[in-house]
Design a protein. Structure first.
Length: 280
C-alpha cells in the first residue's frame, strides 16, 4: 500500500507473530547475552535461558544495533511508506530509542521515534492501536495519538518470585525499596514514570496472585478492557488466572496469554508474570 504510515516497534512489545503479520508491524529484536553467546533475543531457547538464570550464569541485554533500525526503515520506504512511527520500550529501561533516533536521521522519509514510557503488552496494545489507525489511512498525527492514548491508560501489573534478577540487571528502579524483605513476601510491581516501581506485596505466591487479580479488576473499572497475561511459558497457573480475570472483569474485550520477550524475562526472572490492563 503506497503512501501509508508504517509502524515499527521492538521485541519487548511481546506481540504474537500472528498479530504482527495481520497488522503489518515490523519488530526489531533486542539482543541477549548468555555467557559468551550474543544474538537477537528471539534466537534463544527459553528453556536454556531459564536454566542459565537459575544457575547464576551471566545474562545481560543490549539494545538493537542502529543498523537494524536503518534497514527496517529503508524497507518501509521502499515499500511505499510516506512516514514511519517507531514505538519503543521506555528509554529509562533501555537505549533502544536512542538507536532508533540515530537510524531515523539517515532515512529519506520522516521517522517519528516515540518513547512509550513502558514495555511488555502495554507497549504491544499501543502498537496495535497505532497499526489499526495506520491501516485505516490515518495520518502520522492520528497514528501517534492512537498509541499515546493506550500508553496513558494501560497498566503493567507484575508478579516476581524474587527481586534478585531486576537487581542484577540494574532495572530495579523504585522497587529497590523492597529489597531485603522476607523470602515469603512476594513483591508486586508496576511501571511508573518509565521504570519499575513497587505496587504492593503479599505473603506467599497464592495471595500475591490473588492481589494481582484484585488490582487488575480495580484498574479495569467499568470500561471495556483488553487484558494480556505475559509469562515465560504458559502453565496451569496462567490458565487459572484467565478464568479468575473473566469472573472479575465481565466487560473484557480481549484476553490472551502471550509469551513475554526473553529480554524482559532475563530481568524479571523465572516464575514471573504480568497482567496488562488496557482499556479499549
Amino acid at each position: 500500500m503506497p503512501n501509508h504510515v508504517a509502524v515499527v516497534t521492538d521485541s519487548t512489545a511481546s506481540l504474537p507473530e500472528q498479530l504482527r503479520k495481520q497488522w503489518d508491524i515490523t519488530v526489531i529484536q533486542l539482543q541477549l547475552r548468555v555467557g559468551d553467546q550474543v544474538d537477537e533475543e528471539n534466537r534463544f531457547d527459553r528453556g536454556e535461558l531459564t536454566q542459565a538464570l537459575r544457575s547464576g550464569q551471566r545474562v545481560s541485554t543490549n539494545p538493537p544495533d542502529p543498523g537494524a533500525f536503518f534497514w527496517a526503515y529503508q524497507d518501509a520506504a521502499a515499500s511505499g511508506a510516506s512516514a514511519i512511527v517507531s514505538l519503543h520500550i521506555s528509554q529509562r529501561m533501555s537505549a533502544t530509542l536512542l538507536a532508533a533516533r540515530e537510524a531515523a536521521q539517515q532515512v529519506q522519509i520522516p521517522v517519528y521515534p516515540v518513547d512509550s514510557g513502558t514495555t511488555g503488552m502495554s507497549l504491544g496494545f499501543a502498537v496495535l492501536s497505532a497499526a489499526r489507525a495506520a491501516a485505516a489511512g490515518g495520518r502520522v498525527e492520528r497514528v501517534i495519538e492512537a498509541a499515546q492514548r493506550r500508553f496513558s491508560t494501560s497498566s503493567e501489573l507484575l508478579y516476581v518470585d524474587t527481586l534478585e534478577y531486576l537487581r542484577r540487571g540494574g532495572r530495579i528502579g523504585g522497587a529497590a525499596a523492597l529489597l531485603g524483605t522476607a523470602l515469603s513476601i512476594k513483591p508486586l510491581l508496576t511501571v511508573r514514570d518509565g521504570e519499575v516501581a513497587p505496587l504492593a506485596r503479599a505473603a506467599g505466591s497464592r495471595r500475591a496472585l490473588a492481589k494481582l487479580v484484585d488490582l487488575a479488576a480495580e484498574r479495569a473499572g467499568s470500561l471495556p478492557t483488553d487484558l494480556a497475561i505475559s509469562c515465560f511459558r504458559p502453565t496451569e497457573r496462567e490458565l487459572m488466572l484467565v478464568q479468575q480475570l473473566r469472573d472479575r472483569i465481565p466487560h473484557v474485550t480481549e484476553l490472551s496469554i502471550v509469551e513475554a520477550s526473553t529480554v524482559i524475562g532475563a530481568h524479571v526472572g523465572p516464575g514471573a508474570l504480568s497482567i496488562t490492563v488496557s482499556p479499549a
